[in-house]
Write a protein that binds this ligand. Structure first.
Ligand SMILES: [Zn+2]
Length: 264
């Protein structure tokens, strides 16, 4: 290598400073999940969420699911199978998506095909469950946690968040203490982030809502529904006989998590 001359140094263009983009390392056995309904817009910048196929004890745990223990069982399994985020901060639509992702990646191939009866021609067939068949309503681009929402009758200004695992737990704990509480209003109370700039506990927000004018309650309910991130657990299944696309509701039944192994 020749000696550098002053001319060479002076004509060199300065190198741009390259920011080290430190991507979180993928934990062993885990995979990044990049197609979440929230598109990661509500998580801290740079958040990446990882998960892995289920192990047998987790599958058995999920197969004990019923309407009473639903959230507890799912949250307990997610604690072990999701990395990159505190489970409490997961948006509910993302949580459901991850469960479907786990189901699809735990059971691959025809041995775990799900039976399907075409509601157009009656043909019975089977399909392999895949997350790409799920209907998703992705985050509405007009939603922002900082956006003010002004009520019409009262002069109050609200901001909203999306329903998270933590909100859901707060709501169910509230319902245990007060079983007569209205569940729809509680759900709305749990996603109100601030009232006139102030955060409040769920009890305050619920009581505040129950005393608000009816028109305002309906107005804000309608608003929140229009910006809510939803995951619609419907599958589009194509019939092999008539070719028709049937929308099949998919539910978390024990057999969904612990299907029979079929050899044929
Ligand atoms: Zn058919």
């Amino acid at each position: 290598m020749g000696k550098l001359k002053l001319d060479d140094i002076e004509t060199r263009t300065p190198q741009p400073i390259v920011q080290d983009t430190v991507l979180p390392k993928i934990p062993d056995g885990f995979f990044p999940i990049d197609a979440l309904p929230s598109k990661m817009k509500l998580y801290p910048e740079g958040t990446r969420i990882f998960s892995r196929p289920l192990k047998i004890l987790e599958v058995k745990q999920l197969s004990m699911i019923n309407s009473d223990n639903f959230n507890e069982v799912i949250n307990a399994v997610l604690e072990k199978t999701v990395k990159g985020i505190d489970i409490g901060d997961l948006i509910i639509a993302d949580k459901l998506f991850i469960i479907f992702w786990q189901r699809a990646n735990t059971y691959k191939g025809d041995s775990f095909a799900i039976e399907h009866k075409c509601n157009l021609c009656g043909e019975e067939s089977k399909y392999n469950f895949d997350v790409s068949q799920l209907s998703l309503i992705d985050i509405n681009d007009k939603f922002s946690v900082d956006q003010d929402f002004a009520l019409k009758e009262s002069s109050d200004i609200l901001t909203f968040t999306q329903l998270t695992v933590k909100n859901e737990i707060n709501t169910s704990e509230y319902l245990k203490k007060d079983p007569t509480a209205d569940e729809d209003l509680l759900a709305i109370a749990s996603v109100i982030n601030t009232i006139n700039g102030q955060p409040h506990p769920i009890k305050y927000k619920y009581t505040w809502l129950t005393n608000l004018g009816v028109a305002d309650v309906l107005y804000l309910t309608q608003y929140f529904q229009s910006v809510e991130i939803n995951l619609n657990p419907m599958l589009s299944v194509a019939c092999s006989k008539c070719g028709g696309l049937a929308e099949t509701p998919i539910s978390f039944r024990p057999e969904f998590f612990l299907p029979e192994y079929r050899t044929e």
